[in-house]
Design a protein around this ligand. Structure first.
Ligand code: FAD
Length: 619
């Protein structure tokens, strides 16, 4: 038995653990990441995709602070799509599909390249505790690692149980064992614990799919990268197939509901409402006769296909039967059946804003064990915990994320203040300040602060500083002089008729697209197209952010005074069907009662408030 000393120990090599360990090491600490299998580092347990709405924002923010997920994903990207491209940048989410093997290899290479970070294969079975403070870990082989900070990121592994129909197997995910000794120790330490579940679809053999009968969806012609450091994909780009379920699929699912682990009472944990299984879809949306299925290739040299949209815990033979009712999949062979997994999580209300366990200092929790779901949510928490642990060990003021500066701040605030009753995932609607918290400006919001804090490396600082200067210079020049509508009309642009003189920046913000003629008018011929595009986005949103801030202020005042709400809130326009249903059942009388409803968003609260104001809505 040996005893080692480190500054920080990270337990788990998943999406949270990799970011936590890399962040602590970037801060100059001696960090060690201990994980069950070295070759399991960077495994994507479910779909081979990173980013999307809300999630893409989180990735950009982690990237802005020099985290790994964006760069690693770009290196493995085989299809890039900017979701909501036709809508405004505030709700656009960069997303990519990754080559699963390439992602794993890129993450392992990225960790190996972080100075001061050691990676160790092993199972942590115990925490060393002195007084009420965690001071290290014990491994299954008897070795001990003493450390000033321990970050636990065990994902779905603690007391993990996998379900396929009525078959139950202990496991952390397919191919991996469950973690029980550490789970028992954590139970003894008295942390508030619960059970959650999530599921994954069967994987198909792409060689048995009739691709020629399916509509294909290519990636974007001009791919948008996840990392601010990258310009273009490194791998060949692939298309996805599009298909859908039908009445025959639904009938098979319905007829076998009593054999589904989720529906026959075999699972006590609560599942993600926002990522429903095919069983959930058939029951909850009984009026729908079809559901879309995206057939996503899992890699370039890999025949495996991930059918996004049909996750399940039905028996394997039922999965095969329903899959084969779907167009293009009539002869599809299942390589690995879908399954559900249930696991322990800890009530995040027991954590500080830095994700440290309040009752057990020295221990930080990040990722799925805090009740979230998703790689991006896990990575974001890993970054928070890694930076916070590094600050605590180094005696620095912590790097704090707030709701006004980042989606990471929204995530942490939601978790520690409100807790979870189902797996939590990020949406743009969760952010009050979403016009300001855009994926395109994550570097402007965070990288400068990261450089000052010490978590941003030289390569990113070298890329960021000239960009920040160019943006600042362009803004200053565009704001320097005022131009009349006639000046603008003379350029052939639509100028409005209010006669008001405005700066070139304001004029730019009124245009639908960036236009170099405005820059020329302000004396900036040859302004870089990317700088112009970014300044245009900022100027466009500057027009609305005043209104956004007003809305947020009124909401805060209404919460303070617990303002009464009107009747028939479910008919307020713009609410999701789900929230409307809850409002009609729960019938909140005041704004704070409405705010307490699971899934309620700041945006929806503002709508309720506006509709309840005198003259706010015609009934
Ligand atoms: P994980 O990626 O699970 O990593 C945990 C790591 O901890 C592993 O490396 C493990 O080896 C290690 N570990 C655990 N205990 C120990 C120990 N005692 N000692 C050493 N190492 C340890 N997300 C979605 O967004 N949508 C979905 O639809 C979805 N479906 C899913 C379906 C399934 C079946 C599973 C398993 C996961 C699904 N996920 C889904 C979740 C997604 O995989 C997770 O959100 C994400 O991987 C969580 O990252 P993490 O770092 O918290 O944990």
């Amino acid at each position: 038995m040996a005893r080692f000393d480190r500054d920080v120990v990270v337990i788990g090599g998943g999406h949270a653990g990799c970011e936590a360990a890399a962040a602590a090491a970037r801060m100059g600490l001696r960090a060690v990441l201990v994980t069950l299998r070295l070759d399991g580092i960077g495994v994507m347990s479910c779909n081979p995709a990173i980013g999307g709405l809300g999630k893409g924002h989180l990735v950009r923010e982690v990237d802005a602070l020099d985290g790994l997920i964006g760069r690693v994903a770009d290196a493995a990207g085989i299809q890039f799509r900017l979701l909501n491209r036709s809508k405004g940048p505030a709700v656009q989410g960069p997303r990519l599909q990754a080559d699963r093997r390439a992602y794993r290899a890129a993450m392992q290479a990225a960790l190996a390249a972080v100075p001061g970070l050691e990676v160790l294969e092993g199972e942590v079975v115990d925490l060393m505790v002195s007084g009420r403070r965690v001071c290290g870990v014990r491994l299954a082989d008897g070795n001990e690692i003493a450390a000033h900070a321990v970050i636990l990121t065990a994902g779905t592994f603690l007391n993990g149980v996998m379900h396929v129909g009525q078959e139950r197997t202990a496991g952390g995910r397919v191919g991996d064992r469950a973690v029980t000794r550490l789970a028992a120790r954590l139970a003894d330490l008295g942390l508030g614990r619960g059970r959650l579940k999530t599921g994954t679809p069967p994987r198909l053999d792409g060689r048995t799919i009739a691709w020629d009968r399916l509509e294909m969806q290519p990636g974007d012609a001009a791919p948008v990268m996840l990392s601010f450091l990258n310009k273009a994909p490194g791998l060949a780009q692939l298309s996805c197939g599009l298909t859908e379920t039908n009445a025959a699929t639904h009938e098979i699912v319905r007829d076998n509901l009593d054999r589904s682990a989720m529906y026959s009472g075999g699972i006590e944990g609560v599942g993600p409402r926002y990522c429903p299984s095919i069983e959930d879809k058939v029951v909850r949306f009984a009026d729908k006769t079809r559901h879309q299925v995206f057939l996503e290739p899992e890699g370039i040299a890999d025949h495996t296909v991930y059918p996004n949209g049909i996750s399940t815990s039905l028996p394997a033979e039922v999965q095969e039967a329903y899959v084969r009712t779907i167009k293009g999949l009539e002869s599809a062979v299942i390589l690995q059946p879908g399954y559900a997994i249930e696991y322990d999580y800890f009530d995040p209300r027991g954590l500080t804003r830095d994700l440290e366990v309040a009752s057990l200092p020295g221990l930080w929790l990040a990722g799925q064990i805090n009740g979230t779901t998703g790689y991006e949510e896990a990575a974001a928490q890993g970054l928070v915990a890694g930076l916070a642990a590094a600050a605590a060990v180094s005696g620095l003021e912590p790097f704090r994320f707030g709701r006004t500066d980042s989606y990471i701040g929204v995530l942490v605030d939601d978790l520690v203040a409100r807790g979870v009753t189902e797996p939590y995932r990020m949406f743009t609607s969760r952010a009050e300040y979403r016009l300001q918290l855009r994926a395109d400006n994550a570097d402007q919001r965070l990288t400068g602060r990261g450089i000052d804090f010490g978590c941003v490396g030289a390569e990113r600082a070298r890329a960021f500083e000239p960009k920040a200067r160019a943006l600042a210079d362009a803004r200053e020049a565009l704001e320097a002089l005022a131009f009349s509508p006639a000046d603008v009309a003379a350029l052939g642009l639509k100028a409005g008729r209010d006669g008001r003189r405005r700066s070139a920046l304001e004029w730019l913000g009124l245009l639908d697209a960036p236009d170099g003629r405005v820059a020329v008018m302000a004396g900036l011929p040859g302004l870089d197209a990317e700088v112009l595009a970014q300044v245009h986005r900022d100027a466009t949103y500057a027009r609305f952010s005043g209104r956004e801030a007003d809305g947020i202020r009124s909401l805060a005042a209404a919460m303070e005074g617990d303002v009464a709400l009107g009747p028939e809130l479910e008919s307020v326009p713009g609410l999701s069907k789900e929230l409307a249903g809850k409002l009609s059942r729960i019938r909140p009388r005041t704004i704070s009662e409405a705010a307490a409803i699971e899934g309620m968003t700041p945006a929806a609260l503002m709508r309720l408030l506006a509709a309840s104001a005198p003259g706010g809505r015609s009934r």
